[in-house]
Design a protein around this ligand. Structure first.
Ligand SMILES: CC(C)(COP(=O)(O)OP(=O)(O)OC[C@H]1O[C@@H](n2cnc3c(N)ncnc32)[C@H](O)[C@@H]1OP(=O)(O)O)[C@@H](O)C(=O)NCCC(=O)NCCSC(=O)C[C@H](O)C(=O)O
Ligand SMILES: [Mg+2]
Length: 300
């Protein structure tokens, strides 16, 4: 299981060409901001957006939010210049789209030699080929800066001709594979975006679906989605209460040698104890995470 550092429940994309959105992101209650240089930016805006993203990251003031820049792919005319520019501003992570193989992860890692040591490499899982290469991609995490998979469900559907319909029947097997491979390498795995901005019920259902499949959080396209994602991906009070009861039960002297116990009518084993400790650790981080000085605004 990945180490709990910062929560990644809600990751808000915004076009790096949109100065107003970038300014607004400093006041929003999302766990991460992703300044996009790729699909949300028109070709004739790419250079200006790159400058704006670098300036925004350098200006800082994002509080505890994880700051990420999504660059253009390395096979595009902008990819390498994006890497060079982003190295200057040292975001928490660089997010590379349309990565399909372990060799491409290594190439990204090599290009990060000028980055500060703590900048992570995140990649989009959004090509059909990446799905068949998930295990080899996850395996290079230990020798590179790879730290997260971000699902690109729009591109996956574009490539496979699958439909993004309620329930995501065609897409969930791909997400399950990505989660399984990602967790094999202790990576964070973040679900794709929900395009219908005003359909809050559909969005909430999709957050819970991603959670049930093992995703750590969801990528978002609009501030109105933040509060719902934060709620969906936070441990519930009942889960925390149960987890604390499990930890307490295993800590009792009479249970020192126990492998399985009954807590609140449920069988729990040492593997559940580990899960409960992790859940409590996540809950502690979420509770401690917000600096009181940061104004929290959860909707547009
Ligand atoms: C989708 C949008 C273009 C909608 O914009 P708009 O209709 O202008 O929104 P609102 O009028 O409701 O905005 C209200 C206020 O909120 C601010 N706002 C809106 N969106 C964002 C945002 N993403 N981040 C920060 N702030 C935002 C507006 O400025 C308004 O502010 P104020 O005037 O002060 O009230 C727009 O939401 C948008 O651009 N969204 C992000 C698009 C994007 O980044 N797309 C790329 C990532 S998705 C993707 O590529 C997924 C993946 O690769 C895949 O394959 O699936
Ligand atoms: Mg995409």
């Amino acid at each position: 299981m990945s180490e709990v550092t910062r929560p990644l429940r809600s990751l808000l994309y915004m076009p790096a060409s949109n100065a107003k959105a970038i300014a607004k992101s400093r006041t929003l209650d999302c766990d991460a901001v992703i300044f996009d240089l790729e699909d949300a930016v028109a070709p004739n805006e790419k250079d200006a957006a790159r400058v704006r993203a670098v300036e925004a990251v350098q200006a800082g003031d994002f509080g505890n939010r994880t700051v990420v820049v999504r660059v253009n792919g390395l096979s595009t005319p902008w990819g390498e210049a994006d890497f060079r520019a982003v190295a200057e501003c040292a975001p928490d992570a660089i997010l590379v789209p349309k990565v399909s193989s372990a060799a491409e992860v290594r190439a990204c890692h090599e290009l990060m030699s000028a980055f500060p040591a703590n900048t992570q490499l995140w990649i989009m899982i959004e090509t059909a080929r990446s799905i068949f290469n998930l295990a080899e991609i996850a395996d290079v995490a230990s020798e590179t800066r790879l730290a997260a998979f971000v699902l690109g469900t729009n591109d996956l559907c574009k490539e496979t001709n699958a439909r993004l319909v309620p329930g995501r029947a065609a897409v969930m097997p791909l997400i399950a594979l990505a989660v399984t491979a990602g967790k094999m390498a202790n990576l964070a795995v973040i679900d794709g975006v929900y395009n219908s901005i005003e359909d809050t019920a559909g969005f909430e259902a999709e957050c819970h679906q991603g959670l049930e499949y093992g995703c750590d959080g969801k990528t978002l396209i609009h501030p109105g989605q933040i509060a719902i994602a934060n709620r969906a991906f936070s441990p519930t009070e009942a889960e925390v209460t149960f987890a604390k009861a499990v930890i307490e039960a295993f800590s009792l002297p009479e249970n020192a040698d126990a492998g399985a116990l009954r807590v609140d009518g449920k069988m729990v084993e040492l593997l559940h104890l580990e899960q409960c400790k992790r859940l409590c650790a996540i809950d502690d981080v979420i509770r401690a995470d917000r600096s009181p000085a940061v104004p929290a605004e959860s909707a547009a």
